[in-house]
Write a protein that binds this ligand. Structure first.
Ligand code: BGC
Length: 563
């Protein structure tokens, strides 16, 4: 396998104080800047023990796929001990591996092999809430006077016995549940079994950081921080204002009927982020990636939360909701041009949203199974914007969303809102590895979610053999990107282009690249914006003659401006 990861030269690896193997320069390098991070949802990646659920031994066997693709790092969704009510995002022991996924020794093996393959490993840390089975919550809920009484958010009922505020849970219903032993309510932004931590309490922050040290000492390369906007609430417990006007249609999810001014986004969040940064600084060479919600002001938070002294990278769900529109892309590029400070991480798909191959279609086109040129367009756009990138398992195969029956659903969010909202299982079905194997090579047993027949022809092994496959397009593009510093860390400037065209420059000390995309299905032409000669470096359904770019349906062109 011809795969080299910059700054991670195996020949000069040495054990760090934490046992991690680092090249002398790697500890200092900002390896995460412009990195491509492959998200593994471990339940659905590969099953090593044949119980129908993916696990760490399965991941160990398939790490080669991620390295061969050309990713720089992986982010593994939670595998810590958990009752799995929100599939791992409800942790009951932050310092152990859930037996469903294996053991700590299995994790150490994954980490060691990933490092040998030149891959960094980011772990998911769910620090805005725990499971109600966590011993900290068990203690906290037992009385109003115990050492952990103030570790979660507790409040007396209103005089009429109802919840203390009008705050709502994302997964439906009030954000408060009653605890008879304390005669009080506790706050939960998601399921009732996911009580919110009181991160205004320094002791809680310190206890969580201590669990982080446990993994950093084992050698992980950093963390993805879950639900950062939900970390801190308004301690004055003020009601949220309504956004819904009488007469407007009532949405399926009432969470959208409020302005989330007081339940989330409290300025204390910045102090918590700075404390997490302090932890990270104890382990040079590690990185942090924050999840920011799509609530108003997401881009502004992205900039502030990745300022010096804060997280390294952050992503918002901005590109993960709704249709593909020229406005969405153009306004994001405008923002990027105006704000070169801060470091975004872009993604089009993850375990929380419908897969992009089904969610988006070319402008003016009909939704359905996307053509290969549309998948290449999305890939090229994602990988040329300024920032790092998260790609979600199966995105490199062009997997469409799985259509599931109501009785197949496992996600509590989807179960509660069916059929208006079908939940997240459609993007969480297991990876198709082999076309001709039982359960497409994912497991010897019936998988925990059904695997759609539509995924069979897209199995990884079949795509590897086909030079024109989506998988090979990703492999080639990631190598191409790695060789162009302007794409990895260069500045971005938007170039005005009429709908449905998108155009921008990426510039570094070494080179200036012009990227042009046709988001629509009709052929388009565009004259290059400057007199500089341009040399096409990568193209899909596009060509350049003299100074005129021609882009057929979903065409994409990257050319170098020869100064
Ligand atoms: C995770 C979700 C999870 C939620 C509650 C997130 O944003 O990505 O999968 O359900 O946090 O933990």
């Amino acid at each position: 396998m011809n795969h080299v990861t910059a700054g991670f030269d195996n020949a000069s690896l040495r054990p760090s104080r934490s046992g991690r193997l680092l090249s002398p320069s790697a500890a200092k390098a900002e390896w995460w800047r412009g990195a491509v991070i492959y998200q593994v949802y471990p339940r659905s990646f590969a099953d090593g023990n044949g119980d129908g659920i993916g696990d760490l031994p399965g991941l160990l066997d398939r790490l080669g796929h991620i390295a061969d693709l050309g990713a720089d790092a992986l982010w593994i969704s939670p595998f810590q001990r958990s009752p799995q009510e929100d599939y791992g995002y409800d942790v009951s022991d932050y310092c152990d591996v859930d037996p469903l996924f294996g053991t700590l020794a299995d994790f150490d093996r994954v980490l060691a092999r990933a490092h040998r393959l030149g891959l960094r490993v980011l772990m998911d840390q769910v620090w805005s809430h725990s499971s109600n089975r966590h011993p900290w919550f068990q203690e906290s809920r037992a009385s109003r006077h115990n050492p952990k009484a103030d570790w979660y958010v507790w409040a007396d009922p209103s005089p009429d016995g109802t919840a203390p505020t009008n705050w709502l849970s994302v997964f439906g219903g009030p954000a408060w549940s009653w605890e008879p032993r304390r005669r009080q309510y506790y706050l939960h932004h998601f399921l009732g079994s996911q009580p919110a931590f009181n991160l205004h309490n320094e002791e809680v922050v310190e206890a969580l950081l201590q669990t982080g040290r446990f993994w950093l000492d084992r050698g992980v390369d950093g963390f993805r921080l879950d639900a950062v906007d939900w970390m801190c609430h308004d301690p004055d417990l003020r009601d949220n204002p309504a956004t819904h006007r009488p007469g407007q249609p009532i949405p399926a999810k009432p969470f959208g009927m409020q302005l989330h001014q007081h339940d989330l986004l409290h300025p204390r969040t910045l102090e918590v982020i700075a404390r997490i940064r302090g932890l990270q600084d104890e382990y040079p060479g590690t990185a942090t990636l924050a999840e920011i919600s799509s609530q108003d002001g997401a881009f502004d938070r992205l900039r502030r939360y990745t300022a010096p002294g804060m997280f390294d990278m952050a992503y918002t769900l901005r590109f993960m909701k709704g249709n593909l529109t020229h406005e969405t892309v153009a306004s994001t590029l405008h923002w990027m041009t105006e704000h070169q400070e801060g470091w975004p991480c872009w993604s089009f798909s993850n375990h929380d949203v419908e897969r992009v191959a089904s969610r988006w279609s070319p402008i003016g086109g009909r939704p359905g199974q996307p053509g290969p040129e549309f998948l290449r367009l999305l890939m090229a756009m994602l990988l040329t914007m300024r920032g790092s990138v998260c790609l979600y398992q199966g995105e490199e195969l062009g997997l469409p969303e799985a259509e599931l029956r109501q009785e197949d659903l496992r996600d509590p969010f989807g179960i509660a809102f069916w059929p208006d909202y079908k939940g997240r299982d459609g993007s969480r079905t297991p990876m198709p590895w082999r076309q001709d194997a039982p359960n497409l090579g994912f497991s010897g047993a019936t998988p925990w979610l059904p695997m759609p027949e539509a995924h069979r022809p897209l199995a990884a092994e079949a795509q590897r053999r086909d030079p024109a496959s989506t998988l090979n397009a990703w492999r080639h593009f990631l190598r191409f990107r790695r060789n162009h510093p302007a794409l990895v860390h260069g500045a971005l400037t938007q170039v005005a282009a009429p709908e449905p065209l998108i155009c921008f420059r990426r510039q570094s000390a070494e080179e200036s690249l012009l990227c042009v995309f046709n988001l629509g299905q009709a052929p388009q032409e565009l004259d290059l914006p400057s007199d500089m000669p341009a040399k096409p470096l990568w193209r899909s359904n596009a060509g350049l003659r003299h100074r005129r770019v021609r882009l057929d349906a979903c065409g994409a062109l990257i050319c170098r401006e020869e100064r």
